[in-house]
Design a binder for this molecule. Structure first.
Ligand code: SF4
Ligand code: SF4
Length: 253
């Protein structure tokens, strides 16, 4: 069931576009702050580090949204383009119209997830991995990146140093003056259960918990459509494919 039950998004799930995407974007403060009127100068693209590496052009994103063409915005929501941005906000510092394509991208990504359209693209499907790692670690540990969960098996590219670090974390952090997972104040301290419970309540009342469930549901549907095994493990075949598949269409030659 859609996290916005009773809303027109349900029609999107049935593959019928009846949502006015521009109207939906206009109710997102990131969109309102991010795009006041683009003059297509391309300064954002010139400064964008993601545009240097990916087949990505923030000017085109701003231009497409500005057309208010529902089909074109639908293409953005179902495509890879909106997932290339690194959200560094360099574009905001140089835009002569004070736009922030990075904020616009955030609003588009949120809409793509809420409508379930994120599963239509290779990069969009990776939202499930983010939910199952950083998203769940925030609730479990109070940190979006939790060192012990980043295992050697999941990150073989880190090499033997990573393995040594994993075995010597407390000793390692002590050298930086950090009492790792300690009860005292300071960085990387243990987060009390009371604070974690409060985080969970925040997720519940803001709809984030339901959105997490929705990401799982839509991903399961996509896995079935693709004929890939799907369960709650980080190494089920669907998640493995998200981790490892690179069809080669994303980066510049
Ligand atoms: S820098 Fe600003 S005005 Fe120029 S193309 Fe980018 S968003 Fe549009
Ligand atoms: S926020 Fe995104 S679009 Fe803007 S410069 Fe950074 S990577 Fe590029």
């Amino acid at each position: 069931m859609c996290p916005y039950a009773g809303h027109a998004y349900i029609c999107v799930i049935k593959k019928t576009i009846t949502v006015d995407y521009y109207k939906e974007l206009s109710s997102d403060v990131r969109f309102v702050e991010g795009l006041t009127g683009c003059l297509h100068c391309g300064t954002c693209t010139a400064i964008c580090p993601a545009a240097e590496f990916y087949n990505y052009d923030p000017r085109i994103v701003a231009e497409t949204v500005q057309t208010r063409d529902n089909n074109k915005i639908h293409e953005l929501l179902t495509g890879n383009m909106i997932w290339y941005c690194g959200e560094c906000m360099s574009c905001k510092t140089r835009c002569p119209r004070n736009n922030a394509p990075g904020l616009l991208i955030m609003a588009l990504r949120a809409l793509s997830v809420r409508t379930g359209l994120f599963t239509e693209s290779e990069k969009g499907r990776q939202q499930l991995v983010l939910k199952r790692t950083m998203g769940e670690w925030i609730l479990k540990y109070g940190y979006c990146l939790y060192r012990e969960e980043m295992t050697v098996e999941d990150h073989p590219e880190q090499g033997p140093t990573w393995e040594w670090q994993n075995k010597n974390l407390e000793k390692l952090f002590e050298r930086f003056g950090v009492k790792y997972r300690g009860d005292e104040p300071g960085p990387l301290r243990k987060i009390p259960q009371e604070a974690l419970d409060e985080l969970q309540r925040i997720f519940d009342v803001t709809g984030a918990t339901r959105l997490f469930e929705f990401i799982e549901e839509k991903s399961a549907e996509k896995a079935a459509e693709m004929g890939l095994e799907f369960d709650n493990r980080l190494d089920c075949r669907y998640v493995n494919q998200l981790y490892n598949l690179d069809s080669g269409i994303h980066t510049k030659d």
